[in-house]
Design a protein around this ligand. Structure first.
Ligand code: PMP
Length: 375
């Protein structure tokens, strides 16, 4: 009966991680999956997370009852405030709200399903290149194959703003445009504030719908406000939008699958229906989300002392990433490596588009056990 099941390609980045684990070479280096590592190359459980987990473990008032479809409200309210700002008019006017979802990916999926099934959007665009899972998530949500807008100018290793604006200009009205809120994956290049303004102008003129993907708030610059500037700016311009937030990186809660889908409308009139539709969407999918990560994040966001401590962790992680970039660039330059390497430090966040070609990547892997994505 199952001979009809076709072979499927491996997920490159997880396959890379598996090969890394199997490799016996003592100096092997894992540069694949975007997960923070300490100086010792180890995963880091944020001390504030450990602390809150210990409180949770001994709190006998907590139980394992189901959450509602839309998740833990204290969490989603705090997460939405963290994204939009405490005084965001979208929140004070009751026209924006959050839904707890399964990390960033699950938030994208619920958002995409809502857009195609309930709001009747048909087309979506993603940056070229983008995080490869955007395509699969939108496809599985029911969208036809996505279109691409230009983003990366490979010869100059910078943002191809003109190409991007031109492609957005030519996009049909009501297209969903996936935008990376900060620390673009994989290029590490974000638009400047002025460039975001130009992008917003075109999107407004062309009536395009922004769906922000915010997987790295606080992780790029170390400052939550800076890293959500683009989203807040679009809200201030009066855009209706969706934003998928992940707490995998900024809280180090990768496998807890904690995320939030924020929705902002022009006024509060669609809110009741939208909440009802998303409730059904989630009900028929995974029924309701898990609570552990939501408890951790909401405790930290709602306690001044814990919050301060977490801010310190974010600064430490983003700072260390910047130091690593600088160290890599210095070493490459010190060795007289052919080419220019400013892009290593101009890029931001966890990812670097190194400019290494296929042959270099293969050599790095085969000769030195450097595990890097082919792209
Ligand atoms: N979007 C982007 C751009 C990402 O880089 C990631 C993580 N690699 C995600 C979304 C989602 O991650 P998660 O589902 O683990 O929160």
């Amino acid at each position: 009966r199952f001979s009809c099941v076709e072979a499927a390609p491996p997920v490159e980045i997880f396959a890379l991680s598996r090969s890394y684990k199997e490799d016996q070479f003592p100096q092997k280096v894992d540069l694949g999956i975007g997960a923070y590592r300490t100086n010792e190359g180890k995963p880091w459980v944020l001390p504030v997370v450990r602390k809150v987990e210990q409180q949770i473990a001994t709190d006998v008032t907590l139980n394992h009852e189901y959450l509602s479809q839309l998740g833990y409200e204290e969490f989603s309210k705090s997460a939405t405030k963290m994204l939009l700002g405490n005084d965001s008019p979208a929140l004070t006017e009751g026209r924006g709200f959050g839904v707890q979802c399964l990390s960033g990916t699950g938030s994208l999926r619920v958002g995409a399903e809502f857009l195609i099934n309930c709001a009747k959007f048909k087309t979506y665009y993603m940056s070229s290149p983008t995080w490869p899972n955007h395509r699969l998530v939108f496809k599985n949500a029911g969208f036809q194959d996505g279109k691409l807008y230009r983003y990366w100018d490979a010869s100059n290793r910078k943002l191809d703003l003109d190409g991007m604006l031109e492609d957005l200009k030519n996009a049909p009205e009501d297209s969903v445009i996936i935008l990376h809120a900060c620390a673009h994956n994989p290029t590490g290049i974000d638009p400047t504030k002025d460039q975001w303004k130009q992008i917003a102008d075109i999107m407004e003129q062309r009536k395009l719908f922004p769906f922000f993907d915010c997987a790295y708030q606080g992780f790029a610059s170390g400052n939550l406000e800076n890293d959500s500037w683009a989203v807040r700016y679009f809200v201030s311009r009066g855009f209706e939008l969706l934003c998928a937030q992940s707490f995998a990186k900024n809280f180090g809660l990768y496998n807890e699958r904690i995320g939030n889908l924020t929705l902002v409308f022009k006024d509060s009139s669609p809110v009741v229906n939208v909440r009802a539709q998303i409730t059904l969407l989630v009900r028929g999918n995974y029924s309701n989300p898990p609570v552990h990560g939501a408890r951790i994040v909401s405790k930290v966001l709602n306690d001044a002392t814990l919050y301060e401590e977490w801010q310190g962790h974010i600064k430490e992680m983003s700072g260390r990433i910047k130091e690593m970039r600088q160290a890599l660039r210095n070493k490459l330059e010190e060795l007289g490596t052919p080419g220019t390497w400013e892009h290593i430090t101009n890029q931001i966040g966890m990812f670097s588009y190194t400019g290494l070609n296929q042959e270099c990547v293969n050599r790095a892997l085969n000769l030195y056990s450097f595990y890097i994505c082919r792209s």
